[in-house]
Design a protein around this ligand. Sequence first.
Ligand code: DI6
Ligand code: FE
Length: 415
Amino acid sequence: MAAPGWDRLWTGVQLATMTDRSLGVIRNGAIASAGGRIAWVGREVDLAAGQRREAAEVIPCGGAWMTPGLIDCHTHIVFGGDRSDDFRRRLHGESYSDIARGGGGIMSTVRATRLASMEELTRSAAARGRELGGWGVTTIEVKSGYGLDLETELRMLEVAAALPRHIPADISPTLLAAHAIPPEYAGRRSDYLKLILEAILPAALEQGHATAIDAFCEDIAFTPGEARAVLEAGIDAGLHGRLHADQLSDLGGGALAAETGALSADHLEYLSDAGVRAMASAGVCAVLLPGAAYTLGADRLPPVRALRRAGVTMAVATDANPGSSPITNVGMILNLACIRFGLTPEEALLGFTSAAARVLGLEDDRGTLEPGKRADLALWDVEDPAQLCYWMGASPLSSLVRDGVPLAVAPSSPG
Ligand code: DI6
Ligand code: FE
């Protein structure tokens, strides 16, 4: 057999390939990389002796489990300040919406983010990205939305796009200028919408970092009509569409995502049956964010059974943000997805791999262990993949591979 020219070959590994909407388990497997891509995946016994010899480096894994590097497809990890004051107020009885209407909530983070330097924003976001990396995350979607003015929205996207210089992860930046109406536009919401459409979006396109556009469709944020205008403009300009939909009330967000051709509708606690049907027929992914439902003590849960029955692809993400999901612990999110939302462990893990890749429009590039995909690999010290969802303790990540290159130490190794 001709020299395969493999850079690395991992042997003695239990593979969860995440193909065909299943864990796609290959026991006693092997996986090879070449030029940062997966070159071969299969059972070790099917590996020809010549192929093994030609690999530049062979890494025996002693029976460890391997998944694709995890993909966190919905985060807000770039922000200034913190929101422990909101946290305290909520525990003294105020609601998330009341705090937001009173100028706290998202707006307090906007004030802190506007004041923060590029370096401060980078340092704190990189620390959060490293925490995610400690859970095997190699791709992170990062939203703007705490600037709400031209300069700070662009600065957030700039910080997000530059994070790979500081952490071993790929970043998909998303423009979320339609996150809240900034205080200086109080009573002039149409002027802020105009600013987004005529200044912030064009400038973000010119800057070239954002790959998606998002809007928060909610009565404390943007109406369905406003969210539609923002999504349509972004999608027309070539960005992927995302929508914070039906989180706190049913405003028809799921159907709006379907009508605009968005890739995903996220949150969905109040998604209606009609919304499920619309998402299913348009092929819109659901992004489930159990950290936010948990933190806010949501009184409704997303209609997981209906989504499953309708065949809607379900991703799961941390929603890591200072207000409604101050969580970078992926194990906790996986556990909540199972225990609170009723996902199976298989669904939860697909939600952080192949489904998440679809949400980011990256399904041809990553999210499964298949030849041609990026060799972003996570090795886990577990007996069964379900342990990633089941045991709430330290991260069982044992090593992380990016672009076919093993990292010396896991980004935030628990030791
Ligand atoms: N929904 C969320 O969960 C985050 N943004 C949004 O639109 C919360 C943002 C925050 O409270 O800071
Ligand atoms: Fe969010």
